[in-house]
Design a protein around this ligand. Structure first.
Ligand code: ALL
Length: 329
């Protein structure tokens, strides 16, 4: 297990380090340029007093590292001040709630861009934020619109991809040509997240459309690599004939692949979701068949741009759907 974790950690620590040094350089440059510009124009950068927060789940998943990079691009372009905050783990939904509550209490930001860990529990905190005059943009995982309306939260602009359709595309890639009877399994994301359920539905549909396929197991590994390794072990020990596996994100696919490598099972066809660099490498190595690029960089970028435009009084589209791009090579 450790092997994959280390590879993944090392792989995204590098861009993180690069990002940090790049930020340091940027700040240095900004400082140097700033001191020259200060003579001519004391008010640079233009919107530095506009503080926008990007609240994500965790930086232990490269998906969110890419999302931050997009948000930083918007920060630079708009000249605003961006604060990026995450919880510790995929499962730290309560920590994300505490982060929002503290921002409301401390009046530190004018807008919040949120990729929620949980589609329902976060709603009361978002309502408090809205009541405090903070603009909110929902990206990635949609909050539950029914609960939001009941809580009196207004309709938040939402930016994401079509999770059901994209999961269908990914799972169909391994399902459509199963010409012999085959057993399939699904590793689900956190069940309190709407996108996890939509992805499960899409994969169930893709498997159901081929009458040769029987779905024999579906369980959650909470988006996490280690948990997916252990869940895959359990499921494959119970159903050794499984030959098709859909994982609702790449991290879980990497955990499952690690298990399959340990038991030397090259025959299992796996489809996943996110398009992170490590998953693309697994496709090249033949361990993964498909994933979905859900453009996290662009989601982060647009989230901040929308928050800014909302603060400028613009009316935003209720739903913005980016393309979920099937990656198979
Ligand atoms: C979802 C994202 C990604 C990610 C997962 C883990 O909301 O869309 O698929 O892998 O969260 O937190």
């Amino acid at each position: 297990m450790r092997k994959v974790v280390t590879i993944v950690m090392a792989a995204f620590r590098a861009p993180l380090l690069a990002l940090t040094s790049c930020l340091t350089l940027t700040s240095l440059l900004a400082f140097m340029l700033g001191s020259t510009a200060a003579a001519e124009d004391a008010a640079a950068p233009a919107n530095a007093d506009i503080k926008i927060a990007l609240v994500m789940k965790t930086l232990t998943n490269p998906f969110f590292v890419a999302m931050e990079q997009g948000a930083r691009r918007a920060e630079k372009e708009l000249g605003i001040t961006l604060q990026v905050v995450t919880a510790a783990r995929e499962t730290s939904a309560t920590q994300q709630i505490a982060i929002i509550d503290k921002m409301v209490r401390d009046h530190t930001v004018k807008a919040i861009v949120i990729a929620p860990a949980d589609s329902i529990e976060i709603i009361p905190s978002l309502k408090k934020a809205e009541d405090a005059g903070i603009r909110i943009v929902n990206i990635d995982n949609e909050i539950d619109r029914g609960f939001a309306a009941k809580a009196g939260l207004s309709e938040l602009p939402f930016i994401s991809i079509d999770n059901r359709k994209s999961a269908y595309l990914s799972a169909a890639f391994i399902a459509h040509d199963a010409g012999q009877p085959a057993e399939a399994a699904i590793l689900e994301g956190i069940r309190e997240a709407r996108n996890a359920n939509e992805r499960k539905d899409g994969a169930v549909q893709a498997f159901a459309e081929n009458h040769n396929i029987t779905l024999v197991a579906s369980d959650t590994a909470h988006w996490q690599i280690d948990e997916a390794h252990d869940l895959a072990k359990k499921i494959f020990e119970q159903h050794p004939r499984i030959s098709l596996l859909f994982c609702a994100n790449d991290m879980m696919a990497l955990g499952a692949i690690q298990y399959l490598q340990e038991v030397n099972r090259r025959d299992v066809r796996i489809a996943a979701f996110d398009g992170i660099v490590e998953a693309r490498a697994a496709i090249k190595d033949g361990w993964l068949m498909a994933t979905i690029d859900q453009q996290p960089e662009q989601q982060g970028y647009l989230g901040v741009v929308y928050a800014y435009r909302s603060l400028k009084g613009e009316k935003l589209p209720a739903v913005t759907m980016l393309d979920g791009i099937l990656v198979t090579k």
